[in-house]
Write a protein that binds this ligand. Sequence first.
Ligand code: HEM
Length: 230
Amino acid sequence: MVRSDSLSHTPSALEVVGRNSASGLGAVATQLGLVVSTAALWRVLYTHPAGLFTYHPSFQSLAVLGFLEGILLLQPQPPNAAYKRKGLQLHQVVQYTSGVAIVAGAAFIVYNKVAHGAKHFTTWHAKSGLLTLILIALQLTFGAVMVYTPLQRLIFKSEERAKKVWKYHRMSGYLTLFFLILTPLLALVSDWVTQNSSKAERWVIGVGLGVAGLGAFGRVQTSKLGLKTR
Ligand code: HEM
């Protein structure tokens, strides 16, 4: 018998983005928050060149934007298996690319500090940033091991049991998202940012980030986290 899944057409990337990442109040709020906060931050960076340091916030803001887009892509229930597959493919590409960006951004700030003989991880921003990096490393490693190695099949035997474990990837994903918003918010009170931006600019960046985070958290499907049965 032919399964109805295999009859449904494979959606294009644009169709999935349109349906999952740009429809509904939460998605639109997140997109607006991201555009506004990223544009306002990049304006500050453009008008206050700071050598190697500039690459740190530039890469990190792109990474935050990317990780959030990767989350939006998977939040709504897919209408069929073809949509689910396409959403997962896009999620992987976007999250691994954002992973490269966040590692690059971290490397620039660590190198810059070493070059200036400055102490590491002294502020709340730096500590929260380190925790964010650790959480992201765990998320990406777990995803890679489960998807690209035979371990998922070997350990869990059935797809049903493997699905239960993805619930924890979702939970830690939202914890990571919390820190992905908190870390740049804490950067807004760092010496460099307060000395190189106006209060209004910091408010616009902060509110934009907050709205982006709230929009994404507002779309959490508690049933997918195993917190509520459907
Ligand atoms: C999720 C995004 C971000 C992460 C994960 C992150 C991570 C980090 C880490 C780990 C450090 C400390 C490095 C060390 O001590 O060796 C640091 C420092 C710093 N970051 Fe970020 N960062 C992020 C976004 C930003 C943004 C958007 C800005 C600017 C608007 C910024 C400004 C700074 C500044 C000024 C420092 C040096 C002072 C300090 O240690 O707090 N960061 N960041």
